[in-house]
Design a protein around this ligand. Structure first.
Ligand code: SAH
Ligand code: SF4
Ligand code: F3S
Length: 490
């Protein structure tokens, strides 16, 4: 019998016990997992994720830990032994979707004895105890900073000690983790900074994700080198709620980290998200001009085109400052494509303030915008302001803005018809009964194309495509060159 001690756990959270999982391979080659005095037979976990890329990445990490406890993921709820929700609290809509799903689980649990239900993520951080009181079928709740303890929590639940909520913060000086990937794709998310110290007046994130803490640059570089060398990773997305404030605590910067990563042989493309305009340094702008592997796309949330609204939002910049950054970025990297987030109908937004946002859309020419109506969140400063704006006005403004932006996007996309792009093919789909492959360019545009023969498999190939037509949301293209699994550089 071989004994493989499970890997060391560092990082995102504290450990609640010293009991570790042991992976044993029995004489017939089957995987048997024990933890403490308990045996963990093969089980299935069904997990639903809401929210940002950080949350999706946390889900990957949770699944990778659970693998050590003999869990595999299922898409079929009926097969599940454990149901997990990784929740988002940023707007009311995500919240209410989650509450509806959690309520439905009561019946699912009735039909399947022994089903375990856990809730993680940003809602669990602030409301975990309350959730346990209100939903008797819920077994445990855990915040984002303790996801590395997921196996302890599952152990504790199977040991019969459930109904607990853990929302403690990681107290260690440094944020130190190793990226965990089980998906086998050449793309990976890399968490480089957690938390947010900005406290924009509308935003719940600083309360759900805690204080900013960065990983050390050297740790990240070693981590990425390993992923490239041993797991075939070619494209990375550096993640943080406020990713370009990276390194403040260690006297390091995102620009210098990008410079180091750019030199890793075998790594092809580097993206990062999400940036705050206040922390876009000249050094970072210069990196967009000089680094070969850096994506030609930047997501830079502006939130509003009105200085008075930005002030009420506590965003710490003006529209003029924002547009100054955009101009400098375009000068450093003429091919850069910008996308943004906009909150429509912030507390007492006047028609004039809203019109200022509309003007900004014209000037900035964003390639895509994520726009939302303002949603008051518990504990935030703006939730305490007296608000006279009605929900009807909010949604009217949102619809107007979204329609206007789609026209801008349509014009922008049509201007790239005839251009050639190198891109990594991410998958295929059915478009009106026709199989089309799809990839994402360095500038973050999705291009669909017909295969040269119906059976050609382009999955994770690098291809050159010519954009032949475009709508506001996507482009159609023609394949010019199939590079295979690695881009061939001329
Ligand atoms: N850290 C990122 C994004 C955080 S949340 C940043 O600073 O840009 C993602 C987006 O949700 C925000 O950019 C904002 O547009 C939106 N958002 C956050 N709180 C919101 C609220 N209370 N109501 C409506 N939209 C909100
Ligand atoms: Fe929220 Fe502002 Fe932090 Fe972004 S920067 S996560 S909007 S508080
Ligand atoms: Fe939502 Fe939490 Fe991300 S509130 S947007 S899941 S950080």
């Amino acid at each position: 019998m071989t004994v493989t001690p499970s890997e060391a756990h560092t990082g995102l959270g504290i450990r609640v016990s010293d009991v570790r999982e042991q992976v044993l391979i029995d004489d017939q080659g089957r995987k048997v997992v024990t933890m403490g005095d308990m045996e963990f037979p093969p089980r299935k976990v069904w997990i639903r994720t809401f929210g940002c890329q950080m949350n999706y990445h946390d889900t990957e990490r949770i699944l990778s830990h659970l693998q050590n406890l003999n869990f595999s993921q299922t898409q079929e709820l009926a097969e599940a032994d454990m149901v997990l929700f990784n929740t988002c609290a940023v707007r009311d809509l995500a919240n209410s979707k989650f509450y509806g799903k959690l309520a439905e689980m009561k019946q699912v649990k009735k039909n399947k004895g022994g089903l375990i239900i856990g809730v993680g993520g940003c809602v669990a951080q602030t409301e975990g105890k309350d959730l346990l009181k209100r939903y008797k079928h819920l077994d445990f709740a855990f915040g984002p900073d303790v996801i590395d303890c997921i196996n302890d929590m599952v152990y504790r639940t199977y040991a019969g000690d459930s109904k607990f909520a853990i929302n403690s913060w990681d107290r260690s000086d440094n944020f130190s983790i190793e990226t965990k990937i089980t998906h086998g794709m050449p793309q990976a998310f890399i968490n480089i900074i957690k938390g947010c110290d900005k406290y924009c007046s509308y935003c719940i994130v600083p309360y759900t994700r805690g204080k900013e803490k960065s990983r050390k640059m050297q740790e990240i570089v070693t981590d990425v080198k390993k992923l490239v060398e041993y797991q075939g990773i070619q494209e990375i997305t550096l993640l943080g709620q406020n990713v370009n404030s990276y390194g403040h605590d260690n006297n390091e910067t995102l620009a210098s980290l990008l410079g180091e990563l750019d030199q890793i042989q075998g790594l092809e493309l580097i993206r990062y998200t999400t940036s705050h305009p206040y922390d876009v340094s000249d050094e970072l702008i210069a990196a967009h001009g000089s680094l070969k592997k850096l994506s030609k796309h930047l997501h830079l949330p502006v939130q509003s085109g009105s200085n008075s609204v930005l002030e009420r939002m506590l965003r710490e910049y003006t529209v003029e400052h924002y547009m100054g950054i955009v101009d400098k970025l375009k000068r450093a990297q003429p091919e850069i494509v910008l996308t943004t987030d906009i909150i429509v109908g912030f507390v007492n937004e006047t028609d004039e303030e809203f019109q200022d946002t509309m003007k900004l859309l014209d000037v900035a020419q964003f390639d895509f915008t994520y726009s939302y109506v303002y949603s008051p969140r518990n504990n935030t400063r703006s939730a305490k302001m007296v608000d006279h704006l009605s929900d009807e006005v909010r949604s009217e403004r949102l619809q107007y803005l979204q329609k206007y932006q789609l026209d801008i996007q349509k014009r922008l996309r049509q201007s790239i018809v005839g251009e050639r792009f190198l891109m990594l093919v991410e998958g295929h789909g059915d478009q009106g009964g026709v199989k089309k492959w799809r990839g994402r360019t360095s500038c973050n545009r999705i291009v669909h194309f017909l295969p040269e023969t119906p059976t050609t498999d382009y999955q994770w190939h690098w291809v050159d495509v010519l954009v032949t037509s475009a709508t506001a949301l996507s482009c159609q293209g023609k394949i010019l060159l199939d590079h295979g699994r690695r881009p061939t550089r001329s």
